[in-house]
Design a protein around this ligand. Structure first.
Ligand code: ZN
Length: 229
């Protein structure tokens, strides 16, 4: 990571050390944190992969077909480094994705088939653009379920996609607070610059608490799905 970012993160790290957030868990128990990245792969994915590797951490990457078509090598790298793959649709165009009863299913099918052709693996873990609420209808949800897709939303929103108005410090604070709050934290991040900068401090926190990171496909809990709580 660029050195200047470390100077930027130092106050945040110091802040985290002095916030009394250590969770006391019963003997032998640990907390598994599920980090997820939407809108993958991008120009920041490799930096994110390197940071995850440095921390021996895993994450789940939700793939957009228009992006994976451009960077199939990065998708292969995500898999080769032991991370999870989820489907996020074709082009992230809201009107198009939610247009008809079948359009969400068709978009997930399209990205699934293209990833199968690329990797030889079938992926059914999915997240609809902007999450399943409020745009996904009950009928669209049923079509996806019948297609075999398992929808996952999140319970920790880092707000990293808001844009330039969100500071790295705020992303870190929101994430850490959410990790402490939730029994099974499922973190929503994006493959963006702000997230790539915030990630080392978030992983430092997870390490310091003695928590683990896990793949969403291996989470034993019922999927968090806003439309089907
Ligand atoms: Zn998205």
């Amino acid at each position: 990571m660029n050195k200047k970012y470390y100077y930027l993160l130092l106050p945040c790290l110091l802040l985290l050390f002095y916030v009394p957030v250590r969770h006391v868990l019963a003997d032998g128990q640990t907390k598994t944190v599920y980090i997820t990245f939407d809108d993958c792969p991008t120009g920041y994915t490799e930096e994110i992969l390197n940071t995850l590797k440095e921390h021996n951490a895993v994450a789940t990457f939700f793939i957009l077909k228009v992006y994976s078509d451009e960077r199939p090598d990065v998708v292969e790298k995500i898999i080769a480094e032991g991370h999870g793959i989820g489907l996020h649709g074709v082009g992230h165009k809201k009107e198009q994705f939610y247009q008809t009863e079948f359009s969400p299913l068709w978009e997930m099918d399209e990205v699934r088939v293209s990833l199968f052709q690329l990797t030889g693996q079938e992926f059914y873990l999915a997240r609809t653009p902007f999450g399943s609420m409020p745009s996904l209808s009950r009928n669209q949800y049923k079509r996806l379920q019948n297609g075999g897709y398992i929808l996952w939303d999140w319970n920790v929103d880092t707000a990293d996609a808001i844009g330039a108005s969100v500071s790295t410090e705020k992303i870190i604070r929101r994430t850490v607070t959410g990790i402490v709050r939730e029994e099974t934290p499922v973190i929503l991040m994006h493959n963006m610059r702000a997230s790539a900068i915030a990630l080392p401090a978030i992983l430092d926190f997870i390490d310091r608490q003695g928590y683990e990171t896990g793949l969403l496909s291996e989470c034993p809990k019922k999927p968090i799905c806003f439309i089907d709580p």
